[in-house]
Design a protein around this ligand. Sequence first.
Ligand SMILES: Cc1cc2nc3c(=O)[nH]c(=O)nc-3n(C[C@H](O)[C@H](O)[C@H](O)COP(=O)(O)O)c2cc1C
Length: 211
Amino acid sequence: MKVLLINGSPHREGCTYTALCEVSRALNDNGVDTDIFWIGNKALSGCIACKKCQGTGKCVFNDSVNEFLEIAGDYDGFVFGTPVHWAGATGAMTSFMDRAFYADLNGGGRRFRLKPAAAVISARRAGTTATWDQMNKYFGRMQMPIVTSQYWNMVHGACPEDVRRDLEGLQTMRTLGNNMAFFINCKNLGLKMGLRLPDTEAPVHTNFIRS
Ligand SMILES: Cc1cc2nc3c(=O)[nH]c(=O)nc-3n(C[C@H](O)[C@H](O)[C@H](O)COP(=O)(O)O)c2cc1C
């Protein structure tokens, strides 16, 4: 059992990383292995809607998005962390998730379906719940069960030391890790006992405007 924690901050070891480490420790305590994937701090293009990912399941831009897609299939669950920039996810994290999930869907939706996911938000002060809502929308569209905690998944601080003093935030992170481990265990146990993942119907696209 393995969970991948994605750090969407431009800081490799900043506040978001500090929060993800707390989730990671809780997962480890429950026997779940973890890796942290940093999306980096180089410019990440947004999706240019070229649809070249159709069939390939990869993005035309060969950057950390493709590095992530290459390994994502090996994991049983995902935690996506982002700092709040202007009351939303960072531009880079938004580009990263837009492209990664679009490429996966266009490649047949193999890597993420029915794997639990959670978003972790770090902010100095405001915009956390709006950002959490934004992040959860990806999971809803990707058929990823959303794992929650005893509070909305956020930590506060302008530096890692602040986050380490945010005891409620850290507790929220630990509970999130415990809960995710539980759901992964439930799924694996079910599969072991013969439960099958449900099939997905071929997508029907009915746009609002018709000719
Ligand atoms: C461009 C920019 C915009 C930001 N906007 C917000 C904001 O809207 N609300 C907030 O509370 N903090 C905001 N911050 C502060 C960061 O969210 C906060 O310091 C965060 O914990 C940093 O996490 P990191 O160390 O993982 O990058 C902003 C920071 C930057 C650089």
